[in-house]
Design a protein around this ligand. Structure first.
Ligand code: PLP
Length: 438
């Protein structure tokens, strides 16, 4: 245990843990003064050193999650691989950490490809996605030696063949992205496997693409890809997606995508990583060829629970029967609420409380009423100057951070064994003007 902490820590699979620690990274503890310690680091010291808002990442929790995924899948399917869907946290330090843990990387743009390469990803472990891949992006992927390119449409085939024509007889391994006509129960903006999705090809067109690729001298068809969406809290739609791809014949490789949901609130009950892997592996055992390689691409569920956002309370306003706790961040650093209606919990970081606190609405500082971090959460006597911790912010907050109201994007700080290190600095006002032309 970290010296100076009490015995109250979050459990490794904290699915039934109560407030105040249940949603924080495993290993989060209370210091003797009652404040949170994340990765062994006292929240007040983190705020003092790095300012607020700040995105704190428990490095140990992230590494543990990567191992749970990699070891868990390998134990269930010997010929398998885990690639991090890097759109969930496209930060070089995060890529580097997950590459150190042996994961491959899924990229969906030239920018993500550049970050993955800068982080030292083995190009053979890159999976190249996108529903609108430009020539430049595809050329960069081919030149980097990317292991797999996922064909989303017929133009991808033409473009790649053309690019490979210039690449001195190189061959490129590809997968075909299948739209399985499965609609999981999640926000429509992040549902991708249904008929009408812009991603992939429905079964009849997928068959056509397969036939075309079988006739290609430059593209080697290794298999199929399917990804039905994000923040999915039930294993059954994943199984239906495997059933759909199995109808297309036998292949050496199946990439079954990502999509497992994270536990954002005390009421959420997502399947554990192990329950999810059990469901996928048994569907693969039942429906796919026995020696086939199974790849998965978790994004959200890899990084969400390792992240905590720290804010400073600017004002507390009681009006119209509501208590508004306004902090120094908001939809500039966390767009998940306004984009997808994602619900987050929050706590006063130096005085975490139970369910008996004052019901508050934690709001941001941006010029929209939708700028809410936590719509209704019990807080323990919130006051201006307090620190607020919002747990489970590791996924898609850094990716979607923006400069609304010319806000400076926050730093990313890794914490482990009581030591902290910044891996991304806070933007400066000069950064906001850096691209201006005279
Ligand atoms: C192709 C692909 N794979 C994996 C993912 C990761 O999904 P999640 O972050 O929900 O695990 C995405 C996200 O949208 C995706 O588009």
């Amino acid at each position: 245990m970290v010296p100076g902490t009490t015995a109250t820590t979050a459990t490794p699979d904290h699915r039934s843990s109560p407030r105040p620690l249940g949603l924080f990274p495993p290993g989060t503890a209370l210091a003797p003064d009652g404040a949170l310690r994340i990765g062994g680091c006292h929240v007040a010291e983190l705020a003092e050193r790095y300012g607020t808002p700040a995105l704190i990442v428990d490095e140990g929790a992230l590494r543990d999650r990567a191992r749970r995924y990699a070891d868990g899948l390998a134990a269930r399917r010997t010929n398998s691989a885990v690639a991090f869907a890097s759109k969930a946290f496209p930060c070089t330090a995060v890529y580097r950490l997950l590459v150190e843990e042996g994961l491959g990387i899924d990229v969906a743009s030239g920018g993500e490809l550049a970050l993955a390469l800068a982080a030292g990803t083995d190009p053979a472990k890159l999976i190249v996605h996108g529903n609108a891949k430009t020539d430049d992006y595809l050329r960069a992927a081919v030149e980097a030696g990317a292991g797999l390119v996922v064909i989303d449409n017929f133009d991808d085939i033409e473009r790649l063949e053309h690019i490979l024509g210039d690449a001195h007889g190189r061959e490129q391994a590809v997968l075909v992205r299948v739209t399985p006509d499965v609609r999981p129960d999640t926000h429509e903006a992040v549902s991708t496997g249904q008929r009408g999705s812009k991603f992939g090809l429905l079964l009849p067109q997928a068959r056509e693409a397969i036939a075309r690729l079988r006739g290609s001298s430059r593209l080697r068809l290794d298999g199929l890809h399917v990804h039905i969406g994000s923040q999915i809290l039930d294993t059954e739609p994943f199984v239906r997606a495997v059933e759909a791809v199995a109808e297309l014949g036998e292949f050496p490789v199946y990439d079954l995508g990502g999509g497992l949901g994270a536990r954002y609130t005390y009421d959420d009950r997502p399947p554990s990583v192990e329950e999810y892997l059990d469901a996928l592996a048994s569907a693969a055992d039942d429906l796919l060829p026995s020696g086939a390689r199974v790849i998965i691409e978790p994004g959200r569920s890899m990084v969400a629970e390792a992240g905590v956002s720290l804010y400073r309370v600017v004002t507390v306003k009681r009006t119209g029967g509501e208590t508004f706790v306004a902090v120094d961040g908001g939809m500039g650093d966390n767009l998940e609420v306004s984009l997808y209606g994602q619900r987050f919990e929050a706590t006063v970081a130096t005085r975490p409380g139970g369910p008996d606190g004052e019901m508050c609405r934690v709001v941001g500082q941006h010029c929209e009423s939708g700028d809410v971090l936590s719509a209704s959460v019990p807080l323990n006597d919130p006051r201006p100057g307090d620190l607020i911790a919002v747990p489970v912010t590791g996924a898609y907050t850094y990716s979607l951070a923006n400069n609304y109201n010319a806000a400076r994007r926050p730093p990313v700080v890794f914490c482990r064994d009581g030591r902290s290190r910044p891996v991304v600095r806070r933007e400066t006002y000069a950064d906001l003007m850096r691209r201006d032309l005279p």
